[in-house]
Design a binder for this molecule. Sequence first.
Ligand code: AMP
Length: 619
Amino acid sequence: MKYSELVELYEKLQSTTKRTEKTLHIAAFLRKIPADELEKATLLLEGKIYPAWDKRVIGIAKQLMAKAISASTGTDTKTVINEWKKTGDLGKASESLTENKKQATLQMHELTIEKVFDNTRKLSEITGHGSVERKIQLISELLTSARPKEAKYIVRTILENMQVGVGAGVMRDAITWAYLPTVKGLFPELDKIILGKTVKVSNSEEAMQAKDAGAIEAENESKARQIYTAYINHVQQAYDLTNDFSEVARTMKQHGLLGTKKLAIGTPLKVMLALKTDTIHEAFEKAGKPLQAEYKFDGFRVQIHRKGNDIRIFTRRLENVTKQFPEIAESVKNNVKGDNYILDAEAVGYDKKTGKYLPFQNISQRIKRKYYIEKMAGQNPVEVNVFDIMAHEGKSLIEEPFSHRRKLLEQIITPKEKSISAAKSIMTESEKEIEKLFKESKAKGNEGLMLKRLDAPYKPGARVGHMLKYKKTMENLDLAITRAEWGEGKRSRWLSSYTIACRNNEKLLTLGKVSTGLKEKPEEGLSFEEMTRILRPLVTSEEGRTATVKPTTIIEVAYEEIQRSPTYESGYALRFPRVVRLRQDKGTNDASTLQTIEQYYREQKKKTKPNRPAAAGSQ
Ligand code: AMP
């Protein structure tokens, strides 16, 4: 397929902010693409060449790109840089320089999606002697054949800065719409993109069989809605398991709803998330009686995949950290029976000398480590507390009840102190026993308990009411940093005050600013210096002392109270906010939601009422 067709789509996506329009444009595009080109096209459409969970990068510096543009347009590098300064975007610079050149030369090969994808992927793979020249050559090969608009998007893709705004929600909807047999009349927008005959159906199985018919006619509106719901749920679940829309699109195209929602060992699936409970009574209501009460460890989540001797470890954000934690693979190899499985666990760091558990901050440094990995592992190793299993010996277990999964865990793990064990737990229907375990867990330095429903499946990517955290404190919030301010006086070298925001669907809404909790000296803990180092590369614009940053940094924030406030976008503000720690294991999508804040606000009102001083005169 021609690359120009994808470029046409990019342009359409950029010309609108409306979600439905974006969805329809993408759906129409996807329908046209043959199955064998679908994966590459979908990834490029998202501005990527690897799925989200694969952390390989293209890694081309802007200076190198400027050279490649210079080589392919026959312009000197200085002119390229001037053009870049003018627009602030090398993509645009390349577009206008290509325009000038094209008027002069006009020699072109038609670029295909495959060619652009393949060359870009090669860029990420080349290393060693002569790699710079080879990279320039690969980019130039594309740019010399590109039309001006194509050049713009090629440059942006290679620099991993697409700016077309295709979020996960839009992708999910677009894939659903692309392969959903049209339900006539129900979704008039869809009729615009579907051509073909109409078949009458009455349920989702029939709709599935009729997937090539183009359009289907449901018996009535509620049946039509059922079919739509079946499709959208299927796409969402497939994405939760694969974290790769390119694969979801291909299987939907080829098999429709009959496609398996595949769980593959080696490919991380999204983790299941917990809700919170304030009382054991509420937990019994939600999770049933008896339930399973487990220690809630204060470390970081790891998803461990094993296929023979190939062991891979992913964080909650699905980053591959296998290399950084060699001792985890070792513990698994030596103490967990079986040839292949996927485990869900919490890794907790401890000091090798004293045996004492360490705060998350100390261990989080290891996640980003590239060097001295062995040394760090030697000093501050982690112990693995396994609390779930999603696949075992070639079989997916996510539909199985939790109690079966837990039993299996106990069978295959030989517990070894300070290495690996199944999370300490009890099955109980007694409130007293839960309280006792809670105290015991807190005394060991854990956060509290997790209370889990015995017959519940594993729901990747979902925040579920059958796994409840029980901590008994005013919960801290995980908030995204959207802006940061340069400090004054001795803090002038640092970004030292941060605008924090919660999430409402795909939007971020501010809640206030925070600057306390951070240290001036790095040896005392999370410092302004470290925050500045993290935030500086994320700055997208600066005005006066305030920098706007990509909102990918999440900090855990403690506070005294949530108050209503017209000052901030969320309608709420935090009283006495304080940074507790950096959550490197979390991303923008993990920021606490507006609903959570509303919920805490309501709960806080309930809690504080009885303690308020009595009104004057009413003794
Ligand atoms: P939170 O991060 O406060 O939403 O709490 C949920 C997190 O607790 C999970 O993502 C895990 O990383 C962690 N956790 C610790 N112990 C357990 C456990 N026994 N079961 C499930 N999650 C646990």
